[in-house]
Ligand binder design. Sequence first.
Ligand code: SF4
Ligand code: SF4
Length: 379
Amino acid sequence: MAKKLNGTVIVTYRCNARCSMCNRYKCPSKPEEEISLETIKKLPEMYFTNITGGEPFIRTDLKDIVSEIYKKSERIVISTNGFFTERIVDLAKEFPQIGIRISIEGLEQTNNEIRGLQNGYQRGYSALKKLREMGMKDVGFGMTVQDRNAPDLVPLYKISDEMGMEFATASLHNSFYFVEAKNIIYDRPMVAKNFENLVNELLKSKSPKKWFRAYFNHGLVNYIYGQKRLLPCDMSFDTFFIDPYGDVMPCNGTKDKEVMGNLNRQTWDKLWNSLEAEEVRKKVRHCDHDCWMIGSVSPAMHKYIWKPATWVAAHKLKSIFGGKYSMYENKICRDYRDGKVSKEELDKCSTCDMCAVVNNGLSEASKAQLAGKAGKEIG
Ligand code: SF4
Ligand code: SF4
């Protein structure tokens, strides 16, 4: 039986938003170079596929892409900033089983400031409501937490909970994918405290899925203090990303783009079993980025289930007896509070590098279109 993989398809690097933590909108791909249906047909069997961008709904042939991917993937989730409401609703009508995650970066004012889209919150929120009214089950919010929006974390979770929706979180991050190296969390204890509150909200619920989400958010506290990942990273072994140019990569978290092969030019089997792919796997084994993003953590949580399961059992039991999760269960949080570690030392553990030149991962042709222009002038 063919091995089933977890894949992420980046269908475009174009984006209509102007997010403060991501410069992707300044570095768009050339539309005529973006991954074609021919290349998508060459993808392997997958148990899960995330379709993302840039902003994936910028592509007007997204329906064809989804229909092609459904031939090889059991489940599809599209990540979007939610601006193109009609296109989202239209696609959902045709594929009611699809998952949609709309990233909302906080309550209305915070979201619109971070996202740089007028009415961004209202548009995202009304798209979610509409999808819910249509009876779609797999819909939810996604939020990238930073100093500016951390206080909105629990209020936004409560809104999603009232609407009966999924609530996915991430922390600010640096990588070629975001074309950014300067993202850093300044007030770690404040941000971690908000995660602690979220973890306790999730543990209170009756849903086992939410208890595991609590573990994921506990891992984010660990991440923002720059510590080793709680679980191994197996990206490129059973998980892959493919970019708009057909380049297959282990993940979107590396500083520079790592390429295992190109699906426009190779067959999947040749690419996946190539020497280049093996070289990338060796690098992954020694990667010190230690990121904690759902794309790499979710497969690891399934694979090493005993570790999150033990944590969940202990903390759920504690919450039943009136106890609470504390961020100070993490040694590093105690060490920082007690002055045993300085802010400068923690800052050095982060992926923030003020002097880094960011590799934007674009093809030569896409770079050429940027000559003398910013991405927003290209559109
Ligand atoms: S974070 Fe997403 S929505 Fe925001 S600019 Fe980057 S790609 Fe666009
Ligand atoms: S830790 Fe894993 S997901 Fe993160 S950059 Fe390294 S290889 Fe990629």
